[in-house]
Design a protein around this ligand. Structure first.
Ligand SMILES: [Fe+2]
Length: 272
């Protein structure tokens, strides 16, 4: 999870930043790890005074019913902007003793828990920068995704990469299926800003048990499939059932293909 040094004193407001990204070659969104202009402009966006306040004020001026209507995340996250091929997300990171953390415990995905036992990877690349507060601290590892078959309980070698604090202005790049991290609560409420390209995930997301060095849980690419299964069983007619079966078999094929590819990679020089 490389620390990105793209500090600038320039400022870029939300509209200008989004317009700038949209005006670039969309293929660049496939690899934000090699895009220094994006890093600099993202830092310039973060420099904009009152970025989150003015966004919230604008949003709240609109109809309440449409507030964050495109947000599928927990109450911990707000979508700041969604454009073609990317979106910007603001995350709140409560202190451990903040009542907000308790109130929202049920909304926290277990992939995003604080503490030393579990760490997770991500199945997409993204940039994050500290906006407010001291920032969470994060312990970092990397792993070799190509050598992982992908089953719960599987042993995975995690290589420690130190610790960072996402203080205001600190920018980190999370690389899909490479970087793994555990998070420690900040001393006081902190806020971060993410830039996330909308690229179809090509791998599962893993939750690692750090102490055991094993995969503790796997987030499927389409977690809602299980709910869909219930609905199809309950309400489905033959057409719906047939399409659902097709979708499931396609997902299974994709999963097997990914695992086969990893197996091949692993045999041709991978590591444990
Ligand atoms: Fe994360």
């Amino acid at each position: 999870m490389p620390l990105i040094n793209a500090a600038t004193d320039e400022m870029m407001d939300l509209q200008s930043f989004c317009d700038w990204v949209e005006a670039q070659d969309p293929l660049r969104l496939q690899n934000i790890a090699t895009w220094p202009e994006l890093w600099k402009n993202f830092h310039a966006l973060h420099n904009t005074p009152g970025l989150f306040c003015s966004f919230l004020a604008d949003e709240l001026e609109q109809e309440l019913a449409s507030f964050q209507s495109d947000n599928r995340y927990s109450g911990q996250s707000f979508i700041l902007a969604r454009r073609s091929g990317f979106y910007l997300r603001v995350n709140l990171w409560p202190a451990a003793d903040d009542p907000f953390a308790d109130v929202n415990r049920g909304h926290f995905d277990r992939f995003y828990v604080y503490g030393s036992q579990y760490a997770h990877d991500h199945n997409f690349d993204f940039l994050t920068i500290g906006l407010h507060g001291p920032g969470y601290q994060t312990d970092l590892w990397t792993y070799d995704n190509a050598s992982v078959a992908g089953s719960v309980g599987e042993q995975v070698a995690l290589t420690p990469q130190g610790r960072q604090r996402l203080a205001p202005g600190t920018m980190l790049l999370f690389r899909k299926s490479v970087d793994v991290h555990a998070q420690w609560p900040p001393e006081t409420l902190s806020v971060s800003l993410n830039f996330i390209p909308e690229v179809t995930p090509v791998s599962e997301q893993y939750l690692f048990d750090i102490h055991a060095g094993r995969i503790a849980s796997i987030e499927e690419l389409l977690p809602s499939t299980r709910n869909l299964e219930v609905l199809v069983r309950e309400l489905g007619d033959s057409r719906m059932k047939s399409h659902f079966e097709q979708m499931k078999s396609e997902l299974t094929k994709q999963k097997e293909a990914r695992r086969a590819e990893r197996g091949l990679n692993g045999n041709s020089g991978g590591s444990a």
